[in-house]
Design a protein around this ligand. Structure first.
Ligand code: 3PG
Length: 405
């Protein structure tokens, strides 16, 4: 069901689950700065549409991973301010989730008003493993509202009270953001226009095993960079010096390399890397062949020849999915590889290919490197969620809506 299937929402209390989990930095005086507000921006259209339809909008979200009780650094208060700026209207911030402040804010809300509840994860019931332990919190949340709209794409892979259980307790629909995200990811899984390439980066190969497994069945090319590439290089018998390495995954990775070969899937690895003496922007660094990283150095980015190779391998693609930076892009000496992939995707987008950037880190990377969201086909708000979708896993936040519609 979409929002339009919920009927006339004027005067209705609508609980929206959004993903407002944005990176925050705190100055010594306690001032918070949101370093990438992409997820808040992406949540605005649904909230706005509900408000304009006359609903009393109760936005619920999490920030970080607090352990089930309030912690000042995980408060959503700074997010409430930014949300209000982007909506161009006041947002009432409730200082709890289902307590007195939340109930008072909801009771006082007029048609069109927007309330943001405090971080859902300040309540242990939100993330509890068993449905029984989540039930009380889910019921309290549902008690605040008449209908539920699931719009937090970044959390649809979580079986949590505000994502999963609450959808069983209220008439529920999916929001526009989730609809868009699922629509784009479906184009990657169902008959993608070929050649279809996937660029994978990020720190750990162990986080991406299931998706690699799946991509070997569906993609034509797999380009690997980031910290995880050193396990691939080690699997080919190369020395990786002090680079990030997951020794216990070497055999698994070897298996993937063999499988890819059998299936005719091309795995593209860097031919050179930027190797530094330590993980620091000021460290001595040099470009070395990927097969010969000195013992006292760590690879922190793909090198210039690899950047060119990756751009060449992407040039004829009609569909590209990218998850994970190619290097430690937040430090200028190690940003060029990530920038080169971003540039290659921008050029492809201009030529009409479908380019999808998935995940908080990759999205933050392209923005930090000065690219605009509209230079890509789609920037997903979900990291883990988009990977699990591509793995072909059932996502609890989506299946629950099928079950109830
Ligand atoms: C994310 O950052 O990917 C989502 O907000 C989900 O957060 P989580 O991994 O802490 O559940």
């Amino acid at each position: 069901k979409s929002i339009s299937d919920l009927g006339d929402l004027r005067g209705k209390r609508v609980l929206v689950r959004s993903d407002l989990n944005v990176p925050l930095e705190y100055a010594e005086d306690g001032t918070a700065t949101i370093t990438d507000d992409g997820r808040i921006r992406a949540s605005v259209p649904t909230i706005k549409a509900l408000s304009e339809a006359g609903a009393r909008v109760i936005v619920s979200a999490h920030l970080g991973r607090p352990k089930g009780s309030p912690e000042a650094k995980y408060s959503l208060a700074p997010v409430a301010t930014r949300l209000g700026e982007l909506l161009g209207t006041d947002v009432t911030f409730a200082t709890d989730t289902v307590g007195e402040s939340a109930r008072a804010a909801v009771d006082a809300a007029q048609d069109g008003d927007v309330v943001l509840l405090e971080n859902l994860r300040f309540n242990a019931g939100e993330t509890a493993k068993s449905a029984d332990e989540r039930a009380e919190f889910a019921e309290a949340l549902a008690g605040l509202a008449d209908v539920f709209v699931s719009d937090g794409f970044g959390v649809v892979h979580r079986e949590q009270a505000s994502v999963f259980d609450v959808a069983r307790l209220l008439p529920a629909a999916v929001g526009g953001l989730v609809e868009t995200e699922v629509g784009v990811l479906r184009r990657l899984t169902e008959n993608p226009e070929r050649p279809y390439a996937v660029v994978l980066g990020g720190a750990k190969v162990s986080d991406k095993l299931a998706v690699i497994d799946n991509l070997i069945q569906t993609a034509d090319r797999l380009l690997i960079g980031g910290g995880m590439v050193f396990t691939f290089l080690a699997a080919q018998g190369f020395e990786v010096g002090k680079s990030l390495l997951e020794k216990d995954q070497i055999d698994t990775v070897r298996g993937y390399l063999d499988q890819a070969k059998d299936r005719g899937v091309e795995i593209v690895l860097p031919v050179d890397v930027v190797a530094a003496t330590e993980f620091s922007a000021d460290a001595d660094h040099e470009v070395v062949p990927a097969g010969a990283i000195p013992a006292d150095r760590m690879g922190l980015d793909i090198g210039p020849d690899s950047a060119k190779l990756f751009a060449d391998k992407l040039a004829d693609c009609r569909t590209v999915f990218w998850n994970g930076p190619m290097g430690a892009f937040e430090m200028e000496p190690y940003a060029a590889g990530t920038a080169a992939v971003a540039k290659a995707l921008v050029e492809l987008t201009e030529r009409g290919a479908l380019t999808v950037v998935g995940g908080g880190d990759s999205a933050a990377a392209v923005r930090q490197l000065g690219f605009a969201d509209d230079q890509f086909g789609h920037i997903s708000t979900g990291g883990g969620a988009s990977l699990e979708y591509l793995e072909g896993k059932a996502l609890p936040g989506l299946t629950v809506l099928d079950e109830t519609s």
